[in-house]
Ligand binder design. Structure first.
Ligand SMILES: O=C(O)[C@H]1O[C@H](OP(=O)(O)OP(=O)(O)OC[C@H]2O[C@@H](n3ccc(=O)[nH]c3=O)[C@H](O)[C@@H]2O)[C@H](O)[C@@H](O)[C@@H]1O
Length: 446
């Protein structure tokens, strides 16, 4: 993002429509002279060749026809670009945002703070008096307008969201220099199961390289923070034993997304083992709710039902229903905060381990899997619109036929107890959706 700026600034001075370009007199005069001066002709040809080549390059790098490619280029730029000049005023705001209300409050860095769960977790922490600093790269995976609106929500609660990528090591160092974070709530990720078939690089960039970059910053910090991060139910992959328990095998992921989350769990093990970082991974089960992600089925089904557009309901190859353990976001937030509250301190400092540290994994699900068809009929009832449904066989796109969480461990150790059923959760979602987009079709760009 930061490296895009100079290019965009430059582009600002280039007319978008050549016909609208009004060169000043001197340049017209010079061009005139260049064009008709016989000795300068070869130089002009060379010059114009370079100019056109440069313009083509600019167009190629600044206006991707393929948002996917644009995304990965943008992420790459984020990681390579120098951080913006971050002055004393910036540091002052960063510190103010991260300062807890009481001495016992936590000082938390929330990555992916403008994301769906990141926003809710940030608000939950702030509400109870913890200091929260957000970090988000505002990538183009889905409507940036929605992310900016979430940022507005956070800012109104006194939470600053720094715009930057977890791969930006200079920025991370600045943040950790400015604030002694007691905890890191790591929610930043390339989410979505099916999109991995379009943009594999962004999963590696955010979920693997980005995670390592963040852990590097945490390991060097003094004191080291405790880390809670978002893993995924997708790590259970093609397992058929239900419900899914934390000690079940997780070695048959069905998507690259799942594979990168599984890799994250192994990476967490390494940083815990070598550097004494206290790390807790939370396996979220299809989290939904207000301010949700437009790429998720419940969200775009709502949009399409309201627009009278056909929706596709996946079924298994033997015509069985596909089911998910849909989990309401407020329940997940409670699990996240409980994980933070029970996290022990990291034992190392400045890159050196001083003793064994805590390493945990928990399922945060609802324990009541629902067929996708049932999700759709609840939406139809709430929206008072009949959906145009088409049942098709689940494409080979990384989806798994069902998920079902065993939450005994989270219940015992975190006191986690989901209380929102799908009807109630979708009712809250639809209420938000209609207030945000209107009951007709407002521009949700997914
Ligand atoms: O639990 C998780 O770990 C994952 O949950 C969701 O992934 P998913 O459960 O696939 O959620 P959706 O993409 O919203 O799909 C929900 C259900 O609708 C189905 N579906 C999806 C799309 C569609 O057009 N039709 C359809 O029937 C899917 O097969 C799935 O059963 C999130 O998108 C992931 O980021 C997250 O990590």
């Amino acid at each position: 993002m930061t490296q895009l700026k100079p290019i965009l600034t430059h582009l600002d001075s280039i007319p978008s429509t050549p016909g609208k370009f009004k060169p000043d007199k001197s340049s017209t005069y010079n061009l005139y002279r260049l064009r008709f001066h016989p000795t300068l002709f070869p130089r002009f040809t060379l010059w114009s060749f370079f100019f056109i080549f440069f313009i083509v390059l600019l167009i190629f790098f600044s206006s991707p026809t393929n948002p996917t490619a644009g995304n990965s280029r943008r992420s790459l730029k984020n990681s390579l670009s120098p951080s913006p000049a971050l002055g004393p005023n910036w540091e002052h705001r960063v510190r103010a945002s991260a300062r807890p209300r009481s001495k016992t409050g936590f000082t938390v860095l929330v990555t992916g703070a403008a994301g769906f769960v990141g926003t809710h977790v940030s608000l939950g922490l702030k509400r109870r008096g913890d200091g929260v600093l957000g970090l988000d790269n505002f990538n183009q995976y889905y409507d940036i307008g929605l992310k900016k609106a979430r940022q507005g929500l956070l800012e109104r609660s006194g939470i600053m969201v720094v715009e930057g990528d977890i791969n930006d090591v200079v920025l991370l160092r600045k943040l950790f220099d400015a604030v002694a974070f007691t905890h890191v709530m790591h929610m930043a990720a390339q989410a979505g199961v099916r999109y991995a078939m379009q943009n594999s690089g962004s999963y590696v960039h955010s979920n693997i390289a980005g995670f390592v970059s963040l852990l590097e910053a945490c390991k060097m910090a003094n004191p080291q923070p405790s880390i809670v991060w978002a893993s995924s139910s997708s790590v259970y992959g093609l397992n058929s034993k239900v419900p899914f328990s934390e000690n079940d095998r997780t070695d048959q992921p069905a998507s690259l997304y799942a594979a990168t989350k599984k890799a994250g769990e192994e990476i967490a093990h390494t940083y815990n083992h070598i550097y004494g970082l206290s790390i807790t991974g939370l396996r979220f089960f299809t989290v939904y709710g207000p301010w949700g992600r437009p790429d998720m089925a419940y969200f775009f089904f709502t949009k399409d039902i309201l627009r009278g557009k056909e929706i596709k309901i996946f079924e298994t190859s033997d015509h069985g229903s596909v089911a998910r353990d849909f989990t309401y976001v407020d329940d997940v937030v409670k699990g996240c905060l409980a994980a933070l509250d029970t996290a022990k301190k990291s034992t190392g400092s400045g890159g050196k381990k001083k003793g064994a540290a805590q390493l945990r994994i928990y399922n945060l699900g609802n324990t009541k899997p629902m067929p996708v068809g049932r999700l759709v009929s609840i939406l139809e009832k709430l929206l008072k619109v009949k959906a145009k449904k088409k049942v098709i066989q689940m494409p080979r796109n990384g989806d798994v036929p069902f998920t079902h969480a065993n939450i005994t461990l989270a219940h015992t150790e975190l006191g986690y107890k989901p209380t929102t059923d799908l009807e109630m959760g979708l009712k809250k979602f639809v209420k938000w959706y209609v207030s945000y987009y209107g009951s007709k079709k407002k521009k949700s760009s997914w």
